[in-house]
Write a protein that binds this ligand. Structure first.
Ligand code: HEC
Ligand code: HEC
Ligand code: HEC
Ligand code: HEC
Ligand code: HEC
Length: 276
């Protein structure tokens, strides 16, 4: 090797060492927490809490013992390209209901003011467990061989979780003449002109604060629309259960024939808390 080659090799070597020190050898936070608590990494990965039935019964504290970073991590002030988080806001972050600095996905659902006011989400409201060997249906790890049980490479099933609050508003079944952003004004920007008497048995699930939602939604459709079309990440609407309400018409419309009449049992409130 010539002297020049040696210098190039040394520079490359130092760069690799620096990059791996910064990105490579740093263990993921959960792994570090597992090591610190005297657990080895693989035992932590195969912790029963990552599988049913323990996953469904876990408390947030049990998960946070290893995954504290979910709450602690914050977004950058500036993107790597230098754009400041304060100025780079998406459309849904410019509504009257969006408060505070930009924040992480987990914090927006668990600890920010709106999350605390309207919701009571737990880790296992969304996370129902996962098999770290392979998160694909029909594989050797999928003992149920049920192709609908595992959502490909995801730890949360978006159709049964996210869609509830991030689907389209089904204005057609409501008999509205057009999408809410076009006709909302005509309705006085108030969902309760109809919903004071229609589908009134709502939000009685353990992950929502039903009373706080009704109080804030009175006369301000932005609150209701926020979870029913205003932050729609999907092109479809969620098929909500249709709880019977007083003076409900006896005939079930065709669109509602397959709808359940009650929320999923796993979201049931303790009996004493139900306010019907
Ligand atoms: C004993 C420590 C420990 C506990 C308790 C624990 N986890 Fe984990 N978890 C881990 C480790 C270690 C990993 C793997 C992290 C990695 O490889 O980056 C992991 C991975 C995950 C992942 C990502 C899976 C993937 O394949 O990328 C999710 C989601 C998760 N855990 C959720 C939970 C939830 C929800 C709970 C509570 C019901 C929980 N964990 C309890 C240690 C733990
Ligand atoms: C609103 C639903 C929701 C709630 C509540 C929630 N998570 Fe998550 N979590 C997600 C989604 C979605 C992902 C990304 C999954 C993927 O990549 O497939 C995720 C990812 C993770 C990961 C993988 C690492 C990462 O940052 O991507 C861990 C660990 C995790 N969650 C732990 C938790 C813990 C612990 C709690 C409770 C304190 C919790 N989550 C509450 C939806 C949720
Ligand atoms: C119970 C209702 C509910 C569920 C379930 C839910 N979200 Fe949300 N989501 C909200 C609310 C309310 C906000 C607005 C929070 C705010 O502005 O402070 C929000 C905000 C968001 C944002 C924007 C965050 C930001 O920084 O502006 C994203 C992205 C998101 N949700 C994705 C998801 C995904 C993915 C899932 C499923 C894993 C999910 N949500 C499940 C109610 C929900
Ligand atoms: C013109 C009256 C009217 C207005 C205004 C109205 N709705 Fe509705 N809504 C209805 C009717 C009617 C139904 C269907 C009742 C049934 O189940 O037969 C309905 C159903 C719903 C459903 C359940 C849909 C399903 O697929 O099961 C949701 C959620 C809903 N409305 C939310 C809202 C929100 C949020 C607003 C305000 C942004 C609003 N509605 C404004 C009349 C209205
Ligand atoms: C934080 C998110 C959130 C907000 C805010 C919200 N909803 Fe909902 N809404 C939901 C979820 C989630 C469900 C489904 C609950 C279940 O499975 O029973 C639901 C269900 C409904 C239903 C179906 C009722 C039935 O028959 O079970 C109606 C109607 C409805 N909401 C109207 C409203 C109105 C009106 C407002 C404002 C006063 C509002 N929502 C505000 C999340 C929200």
């Amino acid at each position: 090797m010539s002297k020049q080659d040696w210098i190039i090799a040394a520079v490359i070597g130092a760069t690799i060492a620096l990059v791996s020190a910064v990105f490579g050898v740093t263990p993921p936070p959960a792994a570090a927490a597992a090591a610190a608590s005297g657990q080895d990494y693989l035992r932590a990965v195969y912790n029963p809490l990552h599988f049913q039935p323990a996953a469904g019964l876990a408390t947030d504290d049990q998960c946070l013992a290893c995954h504290r970073e979910i709450i602690d991590q914050r977004v950058r002030d500036k993107s790597p390209a230098g754009l400041s988080a304060k100025e780079a806001k998406a459309w849904y972050q410019q509504l009257s209901t969006y408060a505070g600095e930009q924040d992480t996905f987990h914090r927006r659902h668990l600890v920010t003011p709106m999350a605390r006011q309207f919701m009571n989400l737990q880790c296992n409201t969304c996370h129902q467990g996962h098999d770290p060997r392979e998160e694909a249906p029909g594989s050797s790890a999928d003992v149920s061989q049920d192709t609908t049980a595992i959502t490909l490479r995801k730890q949360v099933n978006p159709e049964t979780v996210c869609l509830k609050c991030h689907g389209q508003m089904n204005y057609v079944v409501m008999g509205l003449p057009g999408p809410w952003q076009e006709v909302g004004e005509q309705m006085g920007n108030d969902c309760l002109v109809c919903h004071a008497n229609i589908r009134t048995d709502r939000h009685n699930v353990n992950y929502l604060n039903a009373e706080a939602i009704e109080a804030a939604g009175k006369g301000n459709a932005d609150v209701c629309y926020g979870c029913h079309g205003g932050r729609a990440w999907y092109r479809i609407a969620y098929p909500y259960p249709r709880h019977p309400w007083p003076n409900m018409p006896a005939d079930t419309p065709d669109w509602a024939k397959d709808r359940p009449a009650y929320s999923e049992p796993r979201f049931a409130k303790p009996a004493a808390v139900v306010n019907r």
